[in-house]
Every structure is written in C-alpha cells, then in structure tokens.
Design a protein around this ligand. Structure first.
Ligand code: G6P
Length: 362
C-alpha cells in the first residue's frame, strides 16, 4: 500500500528499509507457515529441490551475495550440492551441467537483464527454474516454473538491505523444509531461530549511534577499507564492502581471512580500516590471528563479534543467534556503517552516482 513507499519521518529510504528488517523477518515467518504452525513451502518446489542432483544459483550484486549464503544452507540442511554463479558470466562461461539440474534465480526486482538472459537460455535447454523475488508478476517470476516471494515490501533505496536479509531467510526456509521432506533431522527449530534473529535485528537497529560512531571514527577520510571474515562471515564481508562502495564511494573489498597473506596484506598501510567479523566459533581464533597480522602492519581494526565469542578488543558484540543464521544479523552493522559513512561524506544515500535500482540492460 501507499504508506509502504513513503519515507515518513526517515531522512532516507535506506535507513527506513534497514529498520524494517525485523518486521520483514516476522512477515516471512508468517507467510511460510501452515495452519499447524509448521514451516511450509509449496510441495512442487521442495520436490524440485529434493530431486535435483545439483542446484545452480544465478544472481547479480547483492542477490549473488545472498546466494553464497543460501548455498551453505541448502548443502548443510538439505544435502543437495549447490553452485553459485554471477549471471553475467554464466552466459559465456557456462559450467558443465549435471544430469538433473535445478536453477534458482535470486532477484529483488525480478527484472535484471543478466539474470533473465540465463533464464531464457536454460529454459530453451529444457531445464526447470525457481525465482526468488520481491516482486510478484515480475519478468523472472513469470518466466520461471516456480516462484518464492520475499515479502519485504517495496525496496526503494538503490543499495539493497531488507531484500538481502529476506532472501537469506527464504533460502533458509527452503533448505529447512526440503530437509524435512527428506527426513533429515535438524537439531533446531527454524521458526524459533528466525524469531530470535528478528529480536536481535531490533537490538541492532536500536544501536544506531554505535555504528555512526564507528563510521565517523574509521571512515571519514579514508581512501579504502577492507572487510575480512572466514566461512559465512566472508560472504557477509563481500556484501558489507559492496554496501560501502555503492553509497560512500570508498574503495572497499571483502576478503577471506586466510587469503590476506596471499596478496591483499600488501595494501595495508598505517591507519587502513579493517572491519573483521567473528561470528563463527570454528574460525574465531584464526580470524583474530588475521586481525593481529594486519594490526602489526599499522591497520586500524574494528572487530564485530558475536556474544559468546567476544573478547575485550572487540568494537561491537552482536546478540547471539543460531550459528547458521549469523549473516542475517552481522550484515546490519555493515549496512548502518555504510549508511553513516555516506552521510558523513555528503553522498546521495538513496541514489548513488552511476547506479540503478534495477539494471534492465545486459
Ligand atoms: C543492481 C542494484 C543492486 C542489486 C542488483 C541485482 O545493480 O543496484 O542493488 O543487487 O542490481 O538486482 P536484483 O533486482 O536482480 O536483485
């Protein structure tokens, strides 16, 4: 409805959309629940995922980053192998396809031309496609065999925020319901865990001053900024870097902690901001080792960790959520840090230069 696309008291759509994330989580939990209160996805969709021998996720930009997280969900919960591809490359560098592939297109707008080109091609080859989109009736939704909706409400700011977390939540639900349909036992209740995520997001949205301080402390004059993480945190680092580039024009890159020593560490200078995520227990010490390495070379590290894994050196401690779902909350500080960096630098938050909300040319 009309109120969804009003900014209301917010100075920018992006800030409004960041704040809407807890509500979007709750809407998604509702939308994917049956009358008995169990998670539900249309049976033909779970069957398509279950019966595929390999899934190919195809997407661009932020949606591609959500796909990287989705791969981990589908592989760990539903035990189906997944590849994630950038749509624009897929057309030229088509991977050798498996015998029974299923394609999943992730697209906020459902109109991205690069993704559509792949969809047209794989449909010509006779394969099935599922589109995960925020826009019912969009091109990618109409042309695919199946659709799952994000229920995020209109996203107006060019930099995607609530659609990213909605995509991750819907992918978690798809993986979870497919696992159940394969009688794979999971030792957690996803509805409950997503509820915990929604509450944690609210805490983060109430901590805006903290992230504004981080932005003004680390980013006002810097030329560049690095985001480092391992495992799931690495994927969120890619998204955090993209957000910062898009709206503040700071040269930002996300790196896997272990790859630093193979090249990137050469870029570290006195005062280079390095934002590190530490939400995964199995890599907590190794990522902290990477922080020490960059700090020893003059970097200005900012560690964002999860409660239970935190140490005294951390700049911000996230409320604890299920280990698989951490991308849903660790991205929120990165969205807010990018937002405030953009404001401090006087950039146009909602309409950054050279970018479009949806790119309908290849
Ligand atoms: C554009 C937007 C990005 C978005 C990408 C993919 O580049 O600026 O924010 O992630 O397109 O869009 P889609 O609608 O397919 O998710």
């Amino acid at each position: 409805d009309a109120s969804d696309i009003e900014k209301g008291t917010y100075p920018h759509y992006m800030l409004k959309e960041i704040d809407e994330q807890p509500l979007v989580m709750r809407k998604i939990i509702q939308a994917y629940q049956d009358k008995q209160g169990n998670l539900e996805v249309a049976a033909d969709i779970t069957a398509a995922v279950r019966e595929a021998d390999r899934i190919y996720i195809v997407a661009c930009g932020t949606s591609y980053h959500a796909g990287l997280v989705g791969k981990q969900f589908i592989e760990t919960m539903a035990k189906v192998p997944v590849e994630v591809h950038v749509a624009s490359e897929f057309v030229y560098n088509m991977p050798l396809l498996s015998e029974k592939p299923l394609f999943i297109f992730i697209s906020q707008s459902g109109e991205t031309a690069d993704s559509r080109a792949v969809l047209v091609k794989i449909k010509e080859m006779g394969y099935k496609a599922l589109t995960i989109t925020n826009v019912p009736g969009s091109t990618l939704s109409r042309e695919a065999d199946y659709t799952l909706l994000l229920h995020a409400g209109p996203e107006i700011a060019v930099a995607s925020t609530k659609a990213y977390t909605a995509q991750i939540a819907v992918l978690a639900i798809l993986a979870n319901v497919t696992a159940q349909s394969k009688a794979i036992k999971l030792n957690f209740d996803l509805i409950q865990e997503l509820g915990i995520v929604a509450n944690a997001m609210e805490v983060l949205c109430d901590s805006k001053e903290e992230f504004e301080k981080i932005a003004s402390q680390y980013l006002p004059f810097t030329r560049n900024c690095f985001f480092i993480g391992r495992s799931l945190d690495y994927f969120v680092c890619l998204e955090g870097a993209l957000k910062l580039k898009e709206i503040s024009y700071i040269q930002a890159e996300g790196f896997a902690g272990g790859e630093l020593k193979h090249g990137t560490i050469a870029l570290i200078e006195e005062g280079t901001p390095v934002i590190a995520l530490a939400t995964q227990e199995n890599v907590n010490w190794s990522i902290r080792g990477n922080v020490k390495e960059v700090a020893a070379r003059g970097a200005n590290p900012c560690i964002i960790s999860m409660n239970g894994l935190d140490t005294d050196e951390d700049r911000f401690v996230l409320p604890e959520v299920h280990e698989l779902l951490t991308p849903l909350i660790s991205v929120v500080p990165l969205q807010l840090i990018a937002y405030y960096a953009s404001i401090h630098r006087g950039c146009d938050v909602d309409k950054p230069r050279n970018l479009a909300k949806s790119v309908t040319v290849e």
